[in-house]
Write a protein that binds this ligand. Structure first.
Ligand code: AHM
Ligand code: MG
Length: 335
């Protein structure tokens, strides 16, 4: 008998520790994993079938929609609406809240996702991912879900995670009790526990940022990048940038260091490129649960209350000491 632990076993074990558990959360995860397997199947065929390139559409974010973005979004919306445990969803690709139709059983969970993060990498066969955040409807709320109900600060997340479609396909998730990583064994179609209780190194010299944006940054953003470029405790810094948040974050989680998307003059002074609900908040929940940290420069990401579904924030995320260095620069403590 193999002693490998499947993701379902792992979830059931975690749920056993919660005496009030109804099984709804495990059911939600089960369907989410099925969606990820379907997306993985499509992503791994990219180049063989006609799913590369754009749809010709521009999404709510003003970005070109890739065919695989749209396909991944459709898979998630279709399957998750039928999970029986959700009342609403929000996707990077949809302008408004997607409410679960009355034709299906509903529960009190709400799911937010970026169906295919880093999708501009697809055409060149580089890693992409799906990021998700699970919220719960507040007790006493009934009827149609209002947009405001999804605008929760990250610290209220029930769970968050991502699927990384890379050299192997991985699931990394947290329910606030450690961060755990699973690798898809394609021969049996199961995610097996490969990275139990991930801890991010407390300091690292790898920095991940789009340095082409240097002319658009203010003095503080430049100072952050310079600090890490100069080594941050090591003789020199090491730069790595895939340009897909899930991939860059995953490396940062395992090897330490920092990922940065500072505000820039193109996006607006205090805003970032990355979306709070489907990117910054879930990854910050993972980072903190692995011993790391995440800030927008002045505020802990998990304390921010988003003002809209597609609100964007600056993001500095990774090893605790690296993120603290950013906070010192933004507070003016480090000149
Ligand atoms: P996407 O969700 O539309 O793919 O956009 C988000 C992506 C992140 O994955 C990545 O970290 C960032 O945008 C890269 O931006 P840039 O090309 O400006 O460096
Ligand atoms: Mg994204």
């Amino acid at each position: 008998m193999s002693s490998e632990v499947t993701v379902t076993e792992h979830l059931l074990l975690q749920q056993k520790r919660a005496p009030q558990a109804t099984g709804h959360f495990t059911a939600l995860f089960h369907d989410l994993i099925l969606c990820a397997k379907l997306i993985h199947r499509s992503v791994s065929k990219a180049g063989l079938v006609d799913i590369l390139g754009g749809t010709g559409e521009i999404n709510v974010q003003g970005e070109y929609v890739q065919k695989l973005d749209e396909l991944s979004n459709r898979i998630l919306l279709y399957r998750m609406e039928r999970s029986g445990v959700l009342c609403a969803m929000a996707s990077e690709e949809n302008p408004d809240v997607v409410r679960v139709s009355a034709a299906f059983p509903r529960g009190d969970y709400m799911l937010i996702f970026d169906p295919l993060d880093g999708s501009s990498n697809i055409d060149v066969n580089i890693d992409v991912g799906t990021i998700f955040s699970i919220l719960r409807r507040k007790p006493g709320k009934t009827g149609e879900v209002e947009t405001e109900e999804l605008l929760q600060p990250g610290c209220e997340q029930v769970a968050a995670g991502y699927f990384l479609y890379g050299t192997s396909t991985m699931l990394v998730y947290t329910t606030g009790q450690g961060v755990h990583g699973f690798t898809l064994d394609p021969s049996i179609g199961e995610f097996l526990l490969s990275h139990p209780d991930i801890r991010i190194p407390e300091q690292g010299n790898i920095y991940s940022v789009n340095e082409g944006n240097w002319p658009l940054w203010d003095a503080r953003a430049r100072q952050c990048v310079e600090t890490f470029r100069n080594g941050f405790g090591k003789p020199q810094g090491c730069s790595r940038y895939v340009g897909a948040l899930v991939a860059d974050f995953h490396r940062t989680l395992l090897n330490g260091g920092i990922y940065m998307y500072p505000p820039d003059s193109r996006i607006g002074k205090s805003r970032g490129k990355l979306r709070y609900l489907c990117e910054a908040s879930p990854l910050a929940f993972i980072a903190e649960n692995a011993g790391g940290a995440a800030t927008d420069g002045t505020q802990r990401i998990l304390d921010i209350k988003p003002t809209s579904l597609h609100a964007r924030v600056p993001l500095f995320i990774g090893s605790r000491k690296n993120v603290e260095a950013v906070q010192r620069i933004y507070s003016g403590e480090t000149k």
